[in-house]
Ligand binder design. Sequence first.
Ligand code: SF4
Ligand code: SF4
Length: 468
Amino acid sequence: MSGPRKPQRIIPIQPLFASDPKVYPRSVSGLFQRWRWVFAWLTQIVFYGLCWLPWNGRQAVLFDLDARRFYVFDFVLWPQDIIYLAVLLVLSALALFLFTTVAGRVWCGYTCPQTVYTEIFLWIEQRIEGDRPRRMKLDAAPWSAHKIGLKTAKHSTWLVLSLWTGFTFVGYFTPIRDLAAATMTFSLSGWETFWVLFYGAATYGNAGFMREQMCKYICPYAQFQFVMFDPDTLIVAYDEARGEPRGKRSKKAVPAEQGLGDCIDCSICVQVCPTGIDIRDGLQLECIGCAACIDACDQVMDQMDYPRGLIRYSTENALKNKSSRATIIGRSLRPRVLIYSAVFLSMLVATVWSLALRVPLKLDIERDRAALATETTEGLIENAFRLQVINASEQPRTFAITVGGVAGIHLPQNLELTVPAAASGSVTAQVRLEPGAVRAGSHPIRFTVVDTVDPQVAVTEETRFWMP
Ligand code: SF4
Ligand code: SF4
């Protein structure tokens, strides 16, 4: 017989994702809004324009993956130059650490593509559907010819911009003029079509629909950046000591007499926020540092004849200690910032120096695999090598090849190789030595490749000669 059954414990099911209500940011004007548009224009002029810039008869910036060559103005980078890409990534990470430590989320607020495209898409939305109250009303209204017309106009404009963005992006990997010609004649390759549509769809989805969700849930930088913050990092902050207790009042009322702070609880700062948060609740992960709430609150303060800056750029320490602007600036030169700056600047200088001194020539040596050493009819010991010479400049060059490193080592005849611009060429070099000139075994030797016209363009690489 079994005993009485234990009552089962019911575990409530928790949803893993809570869908957020749609954010309808209100339009705002002011100093920081102007700066956001300056950065939006600058970044977009560079992005949409740079790929059309001609340089030395080709595209100024082109990542030609098929030919495994990157063109960046005068530089032609080969797979062997991958170190520069690694250095660029390290420099970018260091710059991000540095700017985040000093000025918080300036990257997110002003130059991140997600912010910039959301701003552009929102601008289109506002032009077509109106500002926040009209958009909210339109979305709540039943479908009508008017609503369908507005939505069609908005999505069509978004789609055109998204496809242009996808096309431009692919234009950095396929010469954009060829891409344009192929688009006109409907002869884009399958991959080109896929990537244009893919990046177009990503832009449309991220800037049109995902918006602040990208920053809140997907962007890894948003998740770990608080590690780089300290109490002296510049943040967008609400001055609680000055603003509280918040409350509505007439313009003529004196807040102190009513026991009120300067916040009139108008919620405009919340309405303009692209992530829909209330900055008065303190620093939050969702705050992208766009400063829209500063502009909005400053306008409210102007209307109330209160001093500006209830919401402002400040630091935790400055708010706590009521520090002056000079103190805030002085604290930006703290040890952590100085160390980041020193590392960043030294790496930057070393990279620029290395690029300036970079010889546009590379040499790869490969030993003939058939035999380590052979004996010639003249009785000399011969090792054969395959030399691959990469001409990383934009003019054809003729190179003279010599060998040295061991007394008496030589090539049977003068060896020259002409390599076209931004191309590679290879040649076999038979290196000869008298038997017994060195003891049996492996000996270091050097190949030198020199431009016959410009001796500054030269490179020397080591390999080993095998004496049986
Ligand atoms: S905009 Fe300024 S005054 Fe209005 S609620 Fe926000 S902090 Fe208060
Ligand atoms: S709280 Fe202010 S700075 Fe932060 S995201 Fe919202 S509007 Fe931008």
